[in-house]
Design a binder for this molecule. Structure first.
Ligand code: S3P
Length: 426
């Protein structure tokens, strides 16, 4: 896919429903009593894998519209052992959260993933689930995983890495754990969609600074759930508008949970012109319309403490920093090496090919900004949707355009991405 330079981006758009919340709506809906009616569902290859996984576990899911689902919950202990392995595709969220739920079911479950997911660390969930009493086998620390449901007991677990996926796996298993509260202690705040959703479903969730607890539940039910737009899908559009001079763009109905929107704070620090309108709640999450206008940017440092609130946006931050006055640095982001690809290596090597001055460190990047368009060239998406979108945004703000090799991987999270991009450019 070739992305040509544009003079400016402008318009009003909406993005698909939040991927993290869409996965959780289906997974939690599957263990609810009765129907969960989901609107604004973010349909993508990842979230379709979640629908197929719960279907294989005996849950009926109707799809009356492309962004509407009805999940017919099987109840907390109602999932059935499938006849085949559950295919999680590229979706780490699916594999890790589902393992937490399966730990409390009757049966033996095998979870497999694609090549990228099979390289990602799985002991980080297997370890705490075992301490709760589950039988979990990994393949040298990776998928395929085998989970055998057992009697679980409550634990207090201190996360060694700030990970919402690991936190969520333990909390979901906590719904089945005897002996009081299951508590997860976080080194840094990570996205809290699971705790919000469980609370909404009637589970006994307690939150305190730095920790969250859940007690075993008899039954949970969600009823209706509207999913806000995905901030991580809005992010490429926002960064494009921030760096292409003359741009003015509004993304409507986007989730603004502060544990997701670190990029907005960082861009504001760099001098971006951002305004939020129509603040409201969508499905128990803060949301609103984000307006952004291009401006001159200055470099900044992203500290380790900020990383979890913009973890999926750090590649885009790197691109914005390439266009800023002065130097930028990202520290404490070694988790980027454990994503769909090694995003430290990928971002640095691919942006350098376009003429950027960026180098990798063990735990992040260093960038020398030049407030001008990058030359352009070829970007290899490396099977990673966030790198494909990074290459596309770089193309819009380049002098010569960018050929994004393997661009179709955007389907993982944002199937209509290139069509939408085409509508914003003149
Ligand atoms: C996610 C959590 C993050 C994020 C991923 C989605 C989630 O991963 O990178 O894209 O939905 O919980 P970690 O929690 O492993 O950092």
């Amino acid at each position: 896919m070739r992305v040509e330079p544009v003079p400016a981006l402008e318009g009003h758009v909406a993005v698909p429903g939040d991927k993290s919340i869409s996965h959780r709506a289906v997974l939690v809906g599957a263990i609810c009593e009765g129907e969960t009616r989901v609107s604004g569902f973010g349909r993508s290859a990842d979230t379709e894998a979640t629908i197929e996984a719960v279907r294989a576990l005996g849950v009926r899911v109707d799809e009356p519209e492309v962004d509407a689902l009805v999940v017919h919950g099987a109840g907390l202990r109602g999932l059935r052992e499938p006849s085949h392995a559950l295919d999680c595709g590229n979706a780490g969220t699916l594999m890790r959260l589902l393992a937490g739920i399966l730990a409390g079911q009757r049966g033996r479950f095998e979870l497999v993933g694609d090549e990228s997911l099979s390289r990602r660390p799985m002991e980080r969930i297997a370890g705490p689930l075992r301490t709760m009493g589950a039988l979990v086998e990994t393949t040298d620390g990776h998928a395929p995983l085998v989970v055998e449901g057992s009697e679980l007991h409550a634990v207090r677990y201190e996360l060694p890495v700030a990970s919402a996926q690991v936190k969520s796996a333990v909390l979901l298993a906590g719904l089945y754990a005897d002996g009081g509260e299951t508590t997860v202690v976080e080194p840094l705040p990570t996205r809290d969609h699971t705790e919000r959703l469980l609370e909404r479903a009637g589970a006994d969730v307690r939150r305190a600074p730095g920790k969250v607890s859940v007690r075993a539940a008899e039954r949970i039910s969600l009823g209706e759930l509207e999913v806000p737009g995905d901030f991580s899908s809005a992010a490429p559009l926002l960064v494009a508008a921030a760096i292409v001079p003359g741009s003015e763009l509004t993304v409507h109905g986007v989730g603004l949970n502060s544990r997701r929107t670190g990029l907005l704070d960082v861009l504001e620090r760099m001098g971006a012109r951002i305004a939020i309108y129509n603040r409201r709640a969508i499905g128990g999450e803060p949301a609103g319309d984000i307006e952004i206008r291009a401006s001159e940017l200055v470099g900044t440092s992203v500290t380790a403490g900020e990383v979890p609130v913009l973890v999926d946006e750090l590649p885009l931050f790197a691109l914005a920093a390439c266009h800023a006055h002065g130097d930028s640095v990202v520290r404490g982001a070694q988790e980027l090496r454990a994503k769909e690809s090694d995003r430290i290596a990928g971002v640095v090597e691919e942006l350098r090919k376009l003429g950027a001055h960026i180098r990798a460190t063990r735990d992040g990047f260093r960038i020398r900004g030049v407030p001008a368009r990058l030359r352009g060239g070829r970007v290899d998406a490396r099977g990673d949707h966030r790198l494909a979108m990074l290459g596309a945004v770089a193309g819009l703000s380049s002098r010569e355009g960018v050929e994004v090799v393997g661009a179709e991987v955007v389907e993982t999270s944002f199937p209509g991405f290139f069509t939408l991009l085409g509508q914003l450019t003149r």
